[in-house]
Design a protein around this ligand. Structure first.
Ligand code: UDP
Ligand code: MG
Length: 313
């Protein structure tokens, strides 16, 4: 039997933590009894610099249950970093790790399916929401537009998959190779490779406490995702510059014809020509400079160029 760790980032989650721990422990105990996972499987709570009693509760849970462990971050670093901290801390003890939110919005009954898929040889199992009925219209609309925009920008990302996923030890070792500090995990995980599959589930409402993702954080998260993975915005500027620059040549011909026909006031032709020319040229110039900045950006990320899956011999 293989060891499973659950990693749960917690930011000001005192309202839900005890109940979450109770449900997850019951779940793991059941799975251990059914011989699906090893008896040393554990639940790791990561305290992301909470300002409430979250860490005290984690300590108390740890003292009373051998199944619980805790990781305390020095300050609030955000969901993605807290998650990474958890994953990297437990990876040497676990064969597989599942990340999930503290509010149990993700249906924990599908953990069985995750594990089953792991035993079938998948290194990554993505939890995907089957619909967004529990979301308010606004959240659903913005979230789905986000996934579509990401796809349009050429970022490989699983539709309606958040951070509820299983990763094997070797997938986590792959993740460790990504040194980037602008962290957008759901964009990185597909880049790791290995066999993966999708398990769908129904997402519930938060049972207590408030969402820690207000609109502002959501927008900056989306922006992070786009700018960390796509240089397409730069390309759009280059194309636009190229387009306006080409148009300016045609417009110049037009302006000169009008000038020769004497249909303008003095000075008009020179001014309009310069506006078009310089405008197009500048955009094109910015785009070209942007291309190089894009390259520098990708280089500085020091992403692994490959990860070996198997070697014969
Ligand atoms: N979270 C975190 N650090 C933060 C914000 C959120 O660790 O700065 C955790 C939070 O405790 C929860 C998870 O990230 O376990 C998802 O947050 P939430 O449920 O509030 O987001 P929503 O479900 O509303 O998108
Ligand atoms: Mg939530």
């Amino acid at each position: 039997m293989e060891t499973l760790y659950l990693v749960i980032p917690c930011y000001n989650e005192e309202a839900v933590l005890r109940e979450t721990a109770k449900q997850l422990m019951a779940k793991l105990e059941k799975m251990i009894k059914e011989n699906l996972i090893a008896a040393n499987s554990k639940i790791a709570f990561v305290n992301d610099g909470s300002s409430d009693k979250t860490w005290n509760i984690i300590k108390e849970l740890y003292e009373n249950n051998s199944m619980i462990c805790g990781i305390n971050l020095s300050r609030n670093k955000g969901h993605q970093n807290a998650l990474l901290a958890g994953l990297m801390s437990v990876k040497e003890y676990a064969d597989m790790v599942i990340s999930l939110d503290a509010d149990l919005q993700d249906d924990i009954e599908v953990i069985n399916k995750f594990v089953e898929e792991y035993y079938k040889g998948n290194d990554v199992v993505y939890g995907v929401r089957n619909d967004r009925e529990t979301d308010k219209f606004f959240k659903r609309f913005t979230a789905e537009s986000f996934y579509k925009l990401m796809n349009f920008l050429g970022v490989e990302i699983i539709f309606n998959h958040a951070d509820y996923r299983l990763m094997s030890k070797r997938a986590l070792n792959g993740l460790e190779e990504f040194k980037e500090v602008n962290l957008f995990l759901r964009g990185i995980v597909p880049l790791i490779g290995y066999d993966s599959t999708v398990v769908t589930y129904e997402r519930k409402e938060r049972f207590a406490g408030e969402s820690k993702y207000p609109l502002k954080k959501m927008l900056s998260f989306a922006f992070e995702g786009i700018t960390s993975f796509s240089v397409k915005p730069i390309r759009l500027i280059t194309s636009l510059g190229f387009f306006i620059f080409s148009a300016s040549i045609l417009m110049t011909i037009y302006f000169i014809v009008i000038y020769c026909l004497g249909m303008t006031v003095p000075g008009w032709t020179t001014i309009t020509c310069s506006i078009w020319f310089i405008g197009g040229l500048q955009l094109l110039g910015i785009g070209v400079v942007g291309e190089y900045i894009g390259k520098i950006y990708l280089e500085t990320k020091k992403r692994p160029q490959y990860i070996v899956k198997e070697i014969l011999n």
